[in-house]
Design a protein around this ligand. Structure first.
Ligand SMILES: *Cc1c(COP(=O)(O)O)cnc(C)c1O
Length: 396
């Protein structure tokens, strides 16, 4: 066995992985067009109009509303869906904190329901048991870019007359049974924050196939105005959550690169799963056959349970890093986040606890992440990743 780089051995890799973001003259030209147009904000709406149409079409949705970021997108989608302060919103705890803080922004109460161990996605079979008369919505978070079990979740939402919202922040380009995610539920939201697979620095989008929901979301994000109404006609309480023309310009440029990047991540993600699956002590995640396209915003893999029990995940991460493979520890489940729990206490006056052993074990012991840019190179990058993982695992 070769000597580990942490012990002074030769690292598997010394090259950097592909850089992110990727841009060129097109983005430069589109940004200058906005600059010279003098229409910079979110009411001029030249590029924004084009972006909403193109992005909705890309995700197979009818209506799109651009907003300042993904967090606000979730909050607006919940409010457009009729969720009120005090209402409960079911969501997984193994997600970015924004899924929960978007609800808490207006006093809606997160209820954490555990994930499936083999996919790390919201477990539909646990959702039904968590529904109470106060439950008004389910947020299906397509974590890492893998769509949740949308057929089952839609069925449950319909049966209980509650709304299904997709947090598709990580899932630009993902498809469920051949249809783009985002408008398969009642509403879906995306993020264009710097790390995301479609990036304008900051930004967000809400998609839906329901015109009334689209109009309501638009109104909430446009200071309560109504489409086609007068400038000072505010029929709801809303805020200025508008995206700018500059962001739309960058996104239109980035969208021309999307097909190629989505295809490359998908191909490399599948290849990496094949390679990691052959390594002792590693378990790749399962993928439902209905996931006809995975967005691979993150590539997550697991240490086998018996291995995870006797070693420290942080030690694996440190050894991989020394071998030239940057990885991440990932989320701490939100049911264990004191800020989230105390905000729930603030709104409900109750100390709520949630039992989510699968999420906790995934975080504490088993799951390690790679970032999307690492899937934008060629097969030799994947071989380096697999070789480093094999070398490190053999050391235990
Ligand atoms: C990035 C992200 C968000 C929040 O998006 P912002 O644009 O950063 O506000 C919400 N949910 C998930 C799952 C995310 O990854």
């Amino acid at each position: 066995m070769s000597k580990l780089a942490v012990d002074g051995g030769q690292p598997v890799r010394t090259k950097a992985f592909p850089e992110w973001p990727i841009y060129g003259e097109l983005e430069e030209r589109l940004l200058l067009e906005v600059l010279h147009s003098g229409k910079w904000g979110g009411t001029g709406r030249v590029k924004l109009e084009e972006l909403e149409q193109k992005f909705a079409a890309y995700q197979d949705a009818k209506y799109a509303v651009t907003v300042v970021n993904g967090t606000v997108g979730i909050s607006v989608a919940l409010q457009a869906a009729g969720v009120q302060p005090g209402d409960e919103v079911i969501m997984p705890p193994y997600t970015f904190i924004a899924t929960a803080s978007a609800a808490l922004l207006f006093g809606a109460i997160p209820v954490f329901v555990d994930i499936e161990p083999d996919t790390l996605l919201l477990d539909p079979e646990r959702v039904e048991a968590a529904i109470t008369p106060r439950t008004k919505a389910i947020i299906a978070v397509h974590i890492a870019g893998a769509p949740c079990r949308l057929d089952r979740l839609k069925e449950i939402a319909a049966k209980h007359n509650i709304r299904l919202i997709e947090d598709a922040a990580q899932a630009v380009g993902a498809q469920w049974n051949g249809t783009g995610v985002g408008a398969i539920g009642d509403l879906g939201t995306f993020s264009f924050q710097s790390s995301k697979n479609l990036n304008s620095g900051e930004g967000g989008m809400i998609l839906t196939n329901d015109q009334a929901l689209a109009d309501m979301a638009w109104s909430i994000a446009n200071v309560g105005r109504v489409r086609g109404g007068a400038w000072y006609q505010h029929e709801h309480i809303g805020w200025n959550y508008r995206m700018t023309e500059f962001q739309a310009a960058i996104l239109l440029g980035q969208m021309t690169r999307l097909d190629e990047q989505v295809a490359r991540r998908e191909r490399n993600g599948l290849l990496l799963t094949e390679m990691l699956g052959q390594i002792d002590g590693i378990v790749p995640l399962q993928r439902a056959p209905e996931i006809t396209r995975h967005a691979y915003h993150l590539y997550m893999f697991k240490l086998a349970p018996e291995v995870a029990d006797r070693l420290d995940k942080n030690d694996v991460i440190a050894k991989l890093s020394a071998e030239g493979i940057p990885t991440s520890y990932g989320y701490v489940p939100l049911n264990k986040n004191e800020a989230v729990l105390s905000e729930i206490r603030k709104w409900t006056g109750e100390d709520r606890t949630f039992s989510c052993p699968v999420s906790e074990r995934a975080s504490d012991k088993e799951v390690i992440w790679l970032t999307q840019n690492m899937l934008l190179g060629d097969e030799s990058d994947l071989e380096d990743i697999a070789n480093a993982v094999r070398k490190v695992m053999a050391s235990y």
